[in-house]
Design a protein around this ligand. Structure first.
Ligand SMILES: [Zn+2]
Ligand SMILES: [Zn+2]
Length: 450
């Protein structure tokens, strides 16, 4: 019996003739590193610039593609971005890494750590960073064959995108309300101090100009001028400060599937931040791989000194987060006052954010402070592993450096009722009225809620 079923359903000669043959052959096509073998690019980046109407140029001379009302890198193809957004269904086990506006080397480290957790690799160096995870970019360059190869990847997948929520590259992102939340992939978004975000966007634009031979040199002032104006900002590939608001709203609607992580936490308290990330990604918190990756995070993230004195000559590999913020404040102080107030208006949007952490950053940035709201408890609070202070929500914590969490959103614990109050309450509940009395009460409107 078994052999009959076997021969009729899975005989290689039968399936070899059927339309399933392409599936069978790509399924086998996993590379040595375990990732699917994806098609080579169809075009060089400069060839794509000739396709589909070609790119536009933003206010400081940087080419970009307008797709929907968002800006994408100039090599993106609108038809590919639209197709993947409308037609491709991600798996609920998938994870998307959204590195928003973060310093390149830090972004690479965070991406490797996220991939290693999702794929449960016991060494971040086993993550092949050359393998193309950037879904919308890969479909633009390699065509739909990329998606077909991706769909043959049998295990959990860690993918990437940089686009704002409204252009998310799958049809079941869970960002709108079109799909059941538990069918949506998980999206981990990494944000930081808005000043640091703007400085890294500027740095990234400058690097891209150099790499691609564009004859533009974006300066702090030209970038800022573009960023503070809603219309010209539509030409920015990373409009981090605005897009962060959209991510905060998306997180509020589906906190189990969409979570904002704050880059500073990974540098200040890497172990706690990584455990929070692992929890969100729903990977084993005790596996060998998770343990090893958490240990590696401590080494990788501590390469970047977030808030320390800058040492002359120590700028070669990583700039400190504080370095970016100090640099931002120095240049902002010299900017014309209309630009300063434009920036303040942009930050005021963050004050309205549903994410309390973003509000704290905005308060600091508006006061030209460096990370004063960055209290000790933020990393564990954001990782959902904090121990709340019972006194703080009642306004009665007298400790100057209380070691418990003073983060927002913890329930206010009221004082335990006195013995007499508890006894009275018990008596009240013990005296259940008879059904007849209940009915009269309901009719008379004495008991509400029926
Ligand atoms: Zn907390
Ligand atoms: Zn306290």
């Amino acid at each position: 019996m078994a052999s009959v079923l076997g021969s009729s359903h899975s005989s290689p000669s039968l399936s070899g003739l059927s339309s399933a043959s392409t599936h069978a052959s790509t399924r086998a096509a996993l590379g040595l590193n375990g990732y699917p073998i994806i098609p080579d690019p169809l075009y060089t980046c400069s060839e794509t610039l000739q396709l589909e109407g070609g790119p536009l140029v933003n206010s400081f001379g940087f080419p970009y593609r307008q797709i929907g009302d968002s800006a994408f890198p100039a090599f993106f193809l609108p038809s590919a971005v639209d197709k993947v957004k409308d037609e491709w269904t991600a798996r609920s086990s998938d994870v998307f890494f959204v590195g928003a506006s973060t310093n390149e080397s830090l972004k690479t480290s965070l991406k490797k750590l996220t991939c290693a957790l999702v794929e449960q690799l016991d060494d971040v160096d086993k993550v092949d960073t050359d393998w193309s995870r950037w879904v919308d970019a890969a479909v633009s360059r390699r065509g739909w064959g990329y998606i077909e190869a991706l769909d043959e990847w049998p295990t959990r997948r860690c993918l990437e995108t940089s686009c704002p929520p409204k252009n998310f590259p799958c049809r079941n992102s869970g960002i709108g309300d079109l799909v059941d939340a538990c069918m949506a992939p998980r999206i981990a978004v990494f944000l930081s101090d808005p000043r640091w975000m703007l400085m890294t966007e500027l740095e990234c634009a400058g690097n891209k100009c150099l790499q691609n031979g564009y004859d533009v040199d974006p300066t702090f002032l030209t970038y800022l001028e573009t960023a503070i104006d809603a219309e010209s900002a539509k030409g920015l590939i990373f409009d981090g400060v605005r897009n962060s608001m959209a991510w905060a709203e998306a997180e509020l609607r589906s906190p189990d599937r969409i979570r904002i992580f704050y880059v500073e936490d990974f540098m200040l308290q890497p172990e706690i931040a990584m455990r929070g990330l692992a929890k969100f990604l729903d990977v084993s918190s005790v596996s060998d791989a998770t343990e090893k990756v958490v240990r590696q995070a401590e080494t990788l993230c501590s390469k970047i000194k977030p808030f320390q004195e800058r040492v002359a000559g120590d700028m070669n590999m990583y700039r400190s987060a504080e370095g970016y913020v100090v640099d931002f404040e120095r240049q902002m102080a010299a900017a014309p006052s209309w630009m300063q107030s434009g920036w303040e208006q942009l930050l005021e949007r963050w004050l309205q954010s549903p994410s309390p952490r973003m509000v704290a950053y905005a308060i600091d940035a508006l006061a030209h402070q460096i990370y004063t709201s960055g209290a000790e408890w933020w990393p564990s609070h954001n990782a959902r592993v904090c121990r709340p202070c019972l006194f703080f929500p009642r306004g009665t914590c007298k400790e100057l450096d209380c070691s418990y969490c003073h983060g927002p959103g913890h329930a206010k614990h009221t004082k335990r009722p006195t013995r007499k109050q508890r006894d009275d309450r018990k008596k009240r509940y013990d005296r259940t009225p008879s059904p007849d009395i209940m009915r009269e009460c309901i009719r008379d409107g004495a008991i509400k809620g029926y």
